[in-house]
Ligand binder design. Structure first.
Ligand SMILES: [Zn+2]
Length: 395
């Protein structure tokens, strides 16, 4: 750098010349009003400014080369691009045109580079954006029988640690409760099966294929069929929107996606079942939760059920969350995939549902249920008291 600045018209550089050893030598360039001169330990030569050709070259176009048709095989170069601004070049005919050409080439080069970068970035963004739809498409190709098998596998793991209340009287009441909701589901793909799990915590969850489990604690805490249906509508939406399957495919990632693309559906199923335990600890994204709220709300309306129940149940859940004494109970004994422990931002969701409620045309003619909810709760309470103590409690 210091050397480059020794004199205004001297520039460190080099030259190719057949007379130099190995045809090349480093030295000094000097620009006069008529020539570009080159001097080095091996000698010197000069190129006339009239007719001189200027080009960029070398790695990353770091160097400026000067050539002249009268001196074939010779060229001089420097990495000091300030040479182009030398006074002798300022008013030289032909030189300005060549400088402009260099600038244009540089700009085009940068534009091409920027274009390549933009294309790569767009492709990456595109892949990222396409990921969710891609996972959705693959999930849509999973046969419903597989989803059922997946759900049953997980449910077996859960019921090995939890007790179901399979009393026929309770089951009949449960059908009266859930029938109108199922009638509001547009998809015919799933046959929903509802189970009551003996568990005091406020929770419910649904598994791929259509198994829905409701904790006895939630049924006892609710004050109307609509409140329970609010939770179940949300849970059912996780099934119809294949959130569990999608989340699993997402987690399994490229293997699942490539396998499914190449028709290895058997392999995908094997991997899904093998990893079904992951469903137990599955946490849905906020997008999935919001989606389940939206779908659940729509299903309630389609079943002519007052959706206000969903808001009221969420408010109860929020209250339970706030009470530190009850919080332990809320989280549940079981590591179940949904409902409460994995639902952050209940307040935000209530606000959103309130907005939806405010936009609904005021109507009073929602359907009524063919069961007396209080009687159902009493029946549940009495069956709970008749249940033999569980293995855990015996210890
Ligand atoms: Zn959920």
């Amino acid at each position: 750098m210091l050397l480059n600045m020794m004199q205004d018209d001297s520039f460190e550089g080099g030259a190719f010349h057949p007379g130099f050893p190995k045809g090349r030598s480093s030295g000094t360039l000097r620009v006069s009003p008529s020539h570009v001169h080159f001097t080095c330990g091996n000698g010197s030569f000069e190129l006339p400014l009239d007719g001189v050709q200027v080009e960029e070259g070398g790695a990353s176009d770091r160097l400026i080369f000067f050539k002249h048709p009268h001196n074939p095989g010779c060229s001089v170069y420097t990495d000091n691009k300030a040479i182009l601004n030398h006074a002798s070049f300022q008013h030289h005919r032909g030189m300005q045109g060549q400088k402009a050409a260099i600038a244009k080439r540089r700009w085009t080069g940068r534009a091409v580079l920027a274009g390549v970068f933009t294309t790569v970035a767009l492709v990456l963004v595109g892949l990222w954006l396409a990921k969710a739809p891609m996972v959705g498409v693959i999930a849509g190709q999973v046969p419903v029988s597989w989803e059922e098998k997946l759900g049953e596998t997980v449910f077996k793991q859960i019921t090995s640690r939890a007790r179901l209340m399979e009393d026929p009287g309770l089951q009949k009441q449960l059908e009266l409760l859930t029938g109108p909701l199922v009638a509001g589901v547009r998809s015919e793909r799933y046959k929903f099966k509802f189970h009551i799990v003996e568990d005091a915590s406020l929770n419910a969850f649904a598994l791929p294929g259509g198994i829905v489990a409701i904790h006895s604690g939630l049924l006892l805490r609710a004050e109307s069929p609509e409140e329970i249906i609010g939770v179940l509508a949300h849970e059912i939406a996780h099934v119809t929107r294949q959130h569990g399957v999608r989340k699993m495919i997402e987690t399994l990632g490229l293997y699942a996606i490539l396998g499914a693309l190449f028709g290895d559906t058997e392999g995908l199923m094997a991997v899904l079942v093998e990893n079904s335990g992951a469903l137990l600890n599955l946490k849905f994204s906020r997008d999935f939760e919001r989606d389940a709220d939206e779908q659940g709300w729509a299903t309630m309306l389609a079943g002519d059920i007052n959706p206000r129940g969903m808001i009221e149940m969420f408010q109860k859940l929020e209250k339970e969350h706030e009470d530190p004494k009850k919080k332990a109970g809320v989280m549940g004994k079981l590591e179940t995939p949904d409902f409460l422990s994995t639902h952050p931002g209940v307040k935000t969701r209530i606000d959103h549902l309130e907005e939806k409620w405010a936009k609904l045309p005021k109507q009073t003619g929602y359907r009524t249920f063919d069961l007396n909810y209080k009687d159902f709760q009493n029946m549940l309470r009495s069956r709970l008291s008749q249940q033999p103590p569980s293995a855990k409690e015996k210890k």
